[in-house]
Ligand binder design. Structure first.
Ligand code: PMP
Length: 330
């Protein structure tokens, strides 16, 4: 019998799941890395664990020290779990445009949550900058710094990438996913390109993000938004993302994403969040570009449970002219 050791030992080694509806419609194998099955419920458990370990290894984080982070939610959730297991208090700064569910989970897990006004990154009161300042002021504290701490990317270079390679026997043609910090895309991309440079890496972007333009023009200029997606899109190129070899970018609308998550809920039994919807739309787009017979891997980042008041709320969608009944066009 295979057992896993504790919370940290349960992070990663997630299944790679075939999505029949999308695979059969495209004639490709559309495979999703089931990151929602991590013990904290999202892809960010890996980054949380690697960043805490890196701060321990460097000596910056000593027993009983405080871990501070600015996070839209999932990184905070991962950090709260990891900190509980290792005995660190955890303080989370979060912008006030995030779902109440994520705030509630963080508090339940024991993190101290500081919800601050949503302001651009260049503003000194931006949630990430506030987290960094607080950690610098507090004795025996570290700022996890997921956007620019490359231990985040390393998590995916050392775990997610090798797992995908092993699970596909190296027989994949493309990998696509959306970017928040870029840790997932950059880490997986680096590992896969080292093994086989022909594997196509495609960045999936929601509207209201600068990364689609960055891939296409080299300039990180914003595209018109907004988007109801959470945890993805960025106005800048983080240290985690910088220098990553990316072959193309696709932009996915919120309506396409909504049609995808509802189709998978009703027809395939899955309950996914918005970034997974963007990722699966991008995987279908890449499959159509490559044609039948290809294997495309993407990331199933988290479940719909944290988005009951938004993505899975009929009134919320109607106010934004998003139709959950719209047909999924494949
Ligand atoms: N999906 C969800 C639900 C997330 O919380 C995040 C992290 N912000 C991402 C995708 C993006 O992952 P990464 O930070 O590795 O780019």
């Amino acid at each position: 019998m295979e057992t896993r050791d504790g919370f940290a030992g349960s992070v990663g080694n997630t299944p790679l799941i075939r999505i029949p509806l999308l695979s059969e419609a495209t004639g490709c194998e559309i495979l999703g890395k089931a990151e929602f099955l991590n013990p904290g419920g999202s892809v960010k458990d890996r980054a949380a664990l690697w960043m805490v370990r890196e701060h321990e290894r460097s000596g910056a984080l000593k027993p009983g020290g405080t871990v501070v982070e600015g996070t839209a939610g999932n990184t905070g959730i991962g950090l709260a779990h990891v900190c509980n297991e290792r005995g660190y208090p955890c303080v989370i700064y979060m912008p006030d445009n995030q779902s109440q569910e994520k705030v509630d989970i963080l508090k339940t897990l024991g993190a101290e949550v500081r919800v601050v006004p949503t302001v651009p990154y260049r503003d000194a009161m931006n949630y990430q900058k506030q987290a960094g300042r607080y950690a610098a002021e507090l004795p025996n504290a570290v700022w996890a710094n997921q956007f620019d701490n490359v231990a985040n990317r390393l998590a995916h270079y050392e775990s997610t990438g090798p797992e995908i390679w092993a699970q596909t026997d190296g027989a994949l043609h493309a990998f696509t996913c959306s970017v928040g910090t870029g840790g997932t895309l950059a880490g997986v991309s680096r590992f896969l390109k080292e093994r086989n440079p022909a594997i196509r890496i495609v960045l999936a972007d929601p509207h209201g993000s600068a990364l689609y333009n960055w891939v296409n023009t080299g300039e990180a200029t914003m595209t018109p938004g907004p988007s109801i997606t959470e945890g993805i899109g960025n106005s800048r190129v983080t240290d985690n993302l910088a220098g990553t070899e990316i072959d193309a970018a696709v932009q996915v609308t919120d309506q396409e994403m909504v049609a995808m998550v509802y189709a998978l809920l009703r027809r395939q039994g899955w309950f996914f969040g918005s970034s997974t919807g963007i990722n699966l739309c991008a995987a279908v787009r890449v499959a159509k570009q490559l044609g039948p017979g290809h294997t495309i891997v993407t990331v199933l980042t988290d479940t719909g449970q944290k988005y009951q008041s938004s993505l899975f709320n009929a009134a919320f969608l109607a106010e934004r002219n998003l139709d959950p009944q719209a047909a999924l066009v494949l």
